[in-house]
Design a binder for this molecule. Structure first.
Ligand code: CA
Length: 228
């Protein structure tokens, strides 16, 4: 099977090289670029299977690169993960509006990066982002905002639904409490991570027999499923 090709646009050399090195050691082809110009030269030769774009770049920033990528024939649907400094909610909102598929906040660990890359590639392959999930007796439709356990509809609060959706979107990946807080409550939420535990508790209870699908990973956070 052909290796997946991943492009990284990042002006900081040590991050760029560490990410490329890590991906190459995980079974991917990876190429690093300092800025948008070199990146697009390469995209025109071969569109990548996934692109990691740093937002803060000299010249065109990552969002401008993303916008241009979405208008590049053959690369309109390339999964894109944005990389940026912690706490910039503006970037996050703008990034999703610009068409980013995922978002990783610096500093990030290489294991999390690889897990998210794999997840994004899996999503791109499987459902093309349909937002329909089935796991054991649990079925979730994000567009219809519906959750059913063995066919029985379950009513969740908005935050419970957000948590479940976030876990399913990252199936098989351990999500930290901080990660869940920022994803579901937003970066500006000054909450305690205990808030996450409380909501997981009620979510599990409402999911009944499917509650055990949500696993606690001691000292780290939560995950659902084992991925595929
Ligand atoms: Ca940068």
């Amino acid at each position: 099977m052909d290796k997946k090709m991943i492009y990284i646009v990042e002006d900081e050399e040590n991050i760029r090289e560490l990410v490329a090195y890590t991906l190459q050691n995980t079974g991917f082809d990876a190429r690093g670029f300092v800025g948008g110009r070199d990146f697009f030269d390469a995209v025109r030769e071969r569109a990548p299977d996934l692109a990691l774009l740093d937002i803060m770049l000299p010249g065109d920033d990552g969002l401008a690169v993303l916008t241009k990528l979405r208008a590049t024939p053959g690369a309109e649907k390339t999964p894109v993960m944005l990389l940026t400094a912690r706490g910039s909610e503006y970037d996050k909102v703008l990034g999703f509006n610009t068409g980013a598929d995922d978002y990783l906040t610096k500093p990030f660990g290489m294991m999390e990066l690889v897990a998210r890359v794999k997840n994004l590639l899996r999503r791109a392959r499987d459902t093309a982002g349909s937002g329909e999930y089935k796991l054991g007796g649990l079925s979730v439709s994000v567009p219809r905002h519906r959750v059913a356990v063995f066919g029985e509809t379950v009513t969740l609060t908005l935050k419970e639904f957000g948590l479940l959706e976030c876990l399913l979107r990252n199936a098989g990946v351990v999500m930290t409490r901080d990660g869940l807080l920022s994803d579901v409550w937003g970066y500006d939420f000054e909450g305690e991570t205990r808030t996450v535990d409380t909501h997981i508790l009620t979510l599990r209870a409402k999911l009944g027999r499917c509650g055990t699908l949500i696993q606690t990973v001691r000292g780290v956070g939560y995950k659902i499923g084992d991925g595929k």
